[in-house]
Ligand binder design. Structure first.
Ligand SMILES: CSC[C@@H](O)[C@H](O)C(=O)COP(=O)(O)O
Length: 420
């Protein structure tokens, strides 16, 4: 990918993030200077995460952890303790203040567990550290932890790709499937949502790589991806479509409410696909989704719209539903999806959209001073109406066929349960 969502440098310590609110129309990077808002903080990790500038559970975790590194650098190495309300002379009060600010950061987005998992480990480092005036050691410990988190996330995504491919090949071989097949996905689970490669989209990338490379001789091959638009925030049409186009992976964008009709059309052997305007008639064999939190019994929180896809898959024995996530997405405390807090987003995020302005021919209008696509915001509903806008839903494990992590793939035990 030419676009990295997170850029962190150590000399000097600097964190910049891609403003995902502007993708795919403009490329803008913003510098993060603190953990949470405060005096002398222009743009904090909290602002970036809460404001959706940075998105996707693993990316949120990485930006959150690196924002702690950035603030500690200013406090410890740049003599700015007072600006942030830290007292370096009093170790206990320093730790209290830091933990208070990290706790505020964790609250920026409650459903994705990765942020809390990463930040809680930093809190543990802080609590266990006997500072004894050696703040530099604390700084370097948090820096190394965050740097490793970034490295491990990339490695995990590559392994998820491999493990997902293995499950898909095993299933198709068991079924004696031959020919081309399609997959469906929702939300943004690629490079932009992670440190690189991606989770669900990582599996799709790896599948394509295999189909084009050493596995060219396999009796089946992924030929097409159907990407759901992912209303209301359109992560699918803005980010996933952008990544698939960039990777030259053949795909078709659909709105979320087309999923069942599409699968019914493609998976029918009587030729419904052709009469319904579908150029590629390879059946959808897998719906592959990411996750923001997977609890112990396998219930999975992901972008709103995921649950209904699992219900559709459950109606077709030939369609398997796969959840893909790194182990930082696993919640080892909660036992069922009923315990997951679902983030409610502002009503305006559903009734208003911002996008690239187009002329009557559908071509982007370019701002002559900046050379960028002009952005415009429109409202899609009457003023003053009631709107429900949950950002995520929970897919019960009974509708999930397989969970893929960096450690392998897991199907259900004979009692129909996952044991995470
Ligand atoms: C790779 S994280 C799993 C995604 O499916 C996830 O839901 C996601 O991208 C979150 O969307 P967000 O834009 O942060 O609300």
């Amino acid at each position: 990918m030419s676009l990295e969502s997170i850029k962190f440098t150590e000399d000097p310590i600097q964190l910049v993030i891609l403003n995902q609110l502007l993708v795919p129309y403009q490329t803008e990077y913003i510098r993060i200077d603190s953990i949470a808002p405060g005096p002398d903080c222009e743009f904090s990790g909290y602002d970036a995460i809460k404001g959706m500038y940075t998105r996707g559970a693993p990316a949120i975790m990485l930006v959150g952890c690196f924002s702690v590194v950035v603030e500690l650098d200013r406090v410890i190495n740049k003599d700015e303790a007072e600006t942030f309300g830290y007292d370096l002379a009093d170790e206990l009060s320093f730790k209290r203040r830091l933990i208070e600010r990290i706790d505020k950061l964790i609250k920026s987005r409650p459903t994705a567990v990765n942020l809390a998992n990463g930040c809680n480990r930093i809190k543990q480092i802080v609590e266990d550290h006997h500072i004894d005036r050696n703040y530099e050691l604390l700084f370097s410990t948090v820096l190394v932890f965050s740097r490793n988190l970034l490295r491990d996330d990339l490695q995990a995504n590559l392994s998820i790709g491999e493990n997902g491919v293995r499950y898909i090949y095993d299933e198709l071989t068991k079924e004696n499937f031959k020919g081309d097949f399609s997959v469906m996905t929702i939300c943004n689970t690629g490079s932009l949502a992670t440190s690189g490669h991606g989770t669900a989209l990582g599996i799709i990338r790896s599948l394509f790589k295999k189909a084009r490379g050493s596995h060219r001789g396999a009796p089946f091959k992924l030929s097409h991806v159907y990407a759901c638009e992912t209303r209301p925030y359109n992560q699918g049409s803005r980010l996933t479509a952008y990544e698939l186009q960039y990777e030259n992976i053949p795909f078709t964008l659909i709105t979320d409410n087309m999923a069942s009709f599409l699968i019914e059309s493609l998976n029918d052997s009587g030729g419904k696909a052709r009469s319904r305007g579908l150029a590629d008639s390879a059946p959808v064999k897998f719906i592959i989704v990411g996750a923001d939190r997977i609890v112990k019994n396998g219930d999975l929180a992901n972008k709103i719209g995921t649950f209904q896809l699992s219900l559709i898959a459950s109606q077709y024995t030939s369609v398997k539903f796969i959840g893909a996530a790194p182990s930082t997405t696993i919640d080892h405390v909660r036992t069922s999806g009923d315990e997951i807090v679902i983030e409610q987003r502002p009503q305006r995020e559903l009734t208003e959209v911002r996008g690239g302005e187009v002329n009557d021919c559908g071509e982007f209008v370019i701002d002559s001073t900046t050379g960028n696509v002009k952005l415009t915001k429109v409202k899609l509903a009457p003023q003053g109406i009631d709107v429900w806008n949950p950002s995520f839903d929970v897919t019960p494990h009974k509708y999930i066929d397989c969970i893929v992590t960096e450690h392998g793939y897991m199907t259900k035990d004979p009692n129909g349960g996952f044991n995470l």
